[in-house]
Design a protein around this ligand. Structure first.
Ligand SMILES: Nc1nc2c(c(=O)[nH]1)N[C@H]1C(S)=C(S)[C@@H](COP(=O)(O)OP(=O)(O)OC[C@H]3O[C@@H](n4cnc5c(=O)[nH]c(N)nc54)[C@H](O)[C@@H]3O)O[C@H]1N2
Ligand SMILES: Nc1nc2c(c(=O)[nH]1)N[C@H]1C(S)=C(S)[C@@H](COP(=O)(O)OP(=O)(O)OC[C@H]3O[C@@H](n4cnc5c(=O)[nH]c(N)nc54)[C@H](O)[C@@H]3O)O[C@H]1N2
Ligand code: SF4
Ligand SMILES: [Mo]
Length: 554
């Protein structure tokens, strides 16, 4: 049967699912733009976490977990709690566990509660999205095949080898046909393997690079190239290499999401947009696009909202009577994680997930779903041009089963029907000069937290997490601090701290400290040290570039 993966991954793979000898087997199906289909290794992790995992729904009474006999009993208990809190203040959060369209029925259902408070703003790509909205009136990608017509592709902090393996494979193929690849990133990731030139830029400085290029390519006057390049840590040779590549012919500008997680993320993305447009490369400028752009939305309307940077504190302060958390793991993945933990301890909390998480640790009711494998759904890729649909693969309890049953119980009209098609719009550039934000030089480290190839966000398995309680540090910094490989180190910021085992590597830029995201560390997790701070777009959170102190513990 034809299936697809609706995880928060730009690739949105079409997958052939077969049941043989008591097990599911999955193989990738090719796309028009890429003749070799494959599924990544993460998909096995999802299958192991989600299909017949043995995890059961439970309710906590007087600190004791009581497992439900059946899914019907679990959903019925969910309905009873919702009935009890029907007119009270309910905080509702839906995360990115699955990005497929029908997950939106959760919003429609929860909007039926008159005092339900929806979280606004995001934790992912909203800053760059706002930059594209502001420059082009839309967040949309040109067809990926346009890259084939380019002489050069510049990857701005896009670690494709990890976060978009199909793009990586595509670029590797184009490289055989002569595409030149420039990769700019403060961390030398595996993506550097396909680069003709890897450039280790200092964090937060891509806007300075774009502004200097605008000036030196004579597309705009007045940016201080020398000063900007010094601040960025980019040599004259590297700068001229990029400049000559852009002059020599059609160039693809591929923006990763990492840069826009810095405090000046919107400014950076807007300056790269401007460089792409002014150098005649709007049709080869890539960022991302909505995964539901082909269909009209479900139109769920909430009367109450709380903004993403304030929600954890408000939850911790006891402002909500009930918290309903669906397909999100904020106690691990969102900034201000300690307040999420505290808030969940203080507030009756319902968690709907495929597995127990740091968020469900202190919940009142855990509802276990069969995740993407149990849900009929459809979705577009948020990078590539394609979209896919699927029937359910398993008969385990699905998110839609829960929502449909609860709607019946509450007497809400869910109005489930085929979505109406929609036509995505086009880019129209608003020509506006942008002054680059110059990050201050600082003594402290910059905290970065990257994606790892073996799992997605916080959707890992314990044996993966066990080996990655690590913080990566540059040899020069390690020497100055007397840190040796394997030492326990403490990374602290204005918000809090975590500890991890040091690994010394020159793949990490000086004055950067890096750990993989979404994992438990030796003590705490990265987001225990992530303050609730908005980027310059005001609609998404800062995760990178957070000033941090590093000390050896033992
Ligand atoms: N394997 C795997 N794949 C994933 C995910 C995962 O967890 N694991 N997560 C998924 C999700 S939710 C998303 S949003 C996407 C996007 O995935 P992201 O995780 O955002 O990945 P990138 O787009 O590669 O951006 C991260 C890169 O940006 C770099 N970077 C940080 N700051 C700067 C800077 O100032 N300048 C430059 N040039 N680079 C910088 C980092 O060093 C890193 O290499 O990936 C998805 N795919
Ligand atoms: N420090 C740091 N933190 C980050 C980032 C970073 O770069 N650094 N990246 C951020 C980014 S880009 C993102 S998108 C967020 C993601 O943050 P979250 O949305 O919390 O991400 P996930 O861990 O992918 O998924 C949340 C939960 O959904 C569950 N789940 C999976 N499939 C289903 C399903 O079908 N139904 C239900 N009900 N549950 C399901 C998973 O088991 C998981 O527990 O994290 C952000 N957090
Ligand atoms: S996680 Fe991404 S690459 Fe892996 S199967 Fe899913 S869509 Fe494909
Ligand atoms: Mo994301």
């Amino acid at each position: 049967m034809k299936f697809f993966c609706s995880k928060d991954c730009p690739d949105t793979c079409s997958v052939k699912a077969e049941f043989k000898n008591g097990n599911y087997h999955f193989t990738g199906i090719a796309e028009d733009w890429q003749k070799t289909g494959f599924v990544c290794s993460k998909f096995k992790v999802f299958a192991e976490r989600e299909i017949n995992s043995g995890v059961k729904s439970y309710k906590v009474i007087n600190g004791e977990k009581h497992t439900f006999e059946s899914d019907a009993d679990a959903v019925s208990a969910f309905g009873d709690i919702l009935g009890e809190y029907r007119h009270k203040k309910i905080l509702y959060l839906k995360g990115s566990g699955s990005l497929a369209y029908n997950m939106g029925y959760w919003d429609r259902f929860m909007s039926g509660f008159d005092n339900c408070v929806k979280v606004t703003g995001g934790v992912c790509n909203g800053t760059g999205g706002a930059a594209h909205e502001s420059d082009f009136g839309i967040e949309i990608n040109p067809p990926v095949e346009n890259i084939a017509g380019c002489r050069t592709a510049i990857l701005f902090g896009k670690n494709a080898a990890t976060v978009s393996q199909h793009l990586y494979a595509y670029l590797k193929e184009l490289k055989k046909n002569g595409l030149k690849i420039i990769y700019i990133d403060p961390i030398k990731t595996k993506t550097a393997d396909i680069a003709d030139r890897y450039i280790q830029i200092r964090p937060m400085c891509d806007g300075l690079l774009a502004a200097a290029l605008l000036t030196e390519l004579e597309l705009e006057n007045g940016h201080d190239t020398e000063r900007f390049m010094k601040r960025s840590g980019i040599s004259a040779d590297d700068f001229n290499y990029i400049k000559d590549a852009i002059i020599s012919g059609k160039t693809a500008f591929i923006q990763g999401y990492g840069m826009q997680r810095n405090p000046n993320g919107m400014n950076i993305v807007r300056l790269i947009n401007r460089l792409a447009v002014k150098s005649g490369n709007t049709d080869t400028l890539y960022y991302g696009q909505g995964s539901k752009r082909f269909w009209k939305g479900l139109g769920a309307k909430f009367s109450h909202h709380v903004h993403i940077d304030e929600v954890a504190k408000k939850l911790a302060d006891g402002e909500f009577d009930l918290f309903v958390n669906v397909a999100a793991n904020p106690a691990m993945t969102f900034p201000d994680a300690p307040n999420w933990v505290k808030g969940i301890k203080n507030t009756p909390t319902i968690v709907v997930d495929v597995q127990p998480t740091r968020t469900s640790e202190n919940c009142t009711l855990f509802i276990r779903t069969g995740g993407i494998f149990a849900q009929q759904d459809f979705m577009g890729s948020y990078f590539f041009p394609h979209w896919h649909k699927r029937e359910r693969l398993t008969e385990e309890l699905s998110d839609m089963d829960i929502v449909t049953c609860l709607s019946g119980k509450m007497g809400f009209d869910l109005d489930v029907k085929e979505p109406e098609p929609d036509t995505p719009g086009q880019r129209i550039y608003k020509d506006e000069r942008i002054e680059p934000f110059i990050p201050e030089e600082q003594e402290k480290f910059s905290l970065l937290s990257l994606s790892h190839p073996a799992y997605l966000n916080s959707q890992h398995l314990p044996h993966i997490a066990e080996k990655l309680k690590t913080a990566y540090i540059n040899p020069k910094d390690a020497e100055e601090l007397g840190i040796k490989d394997g030492n326990e180190i403490r990374i602290s910021t204005c918000a809090g701290y975590y500890t991890a085992y040091a690994e010394i590597t020159d793949t990490v830029c000086e004055k950067v400290i890096m750990s993989y995201k979404g994992l438990p560390m030796k003590e705490g997790c990265v987001n225990d040290a992530t303050p609730p701070m908005l980027t310059d777009s005001g609609n998404d959170m800062v995760y990178y570039g957070i000033p941090a102190d590093v000390v050896k513990v033992c």
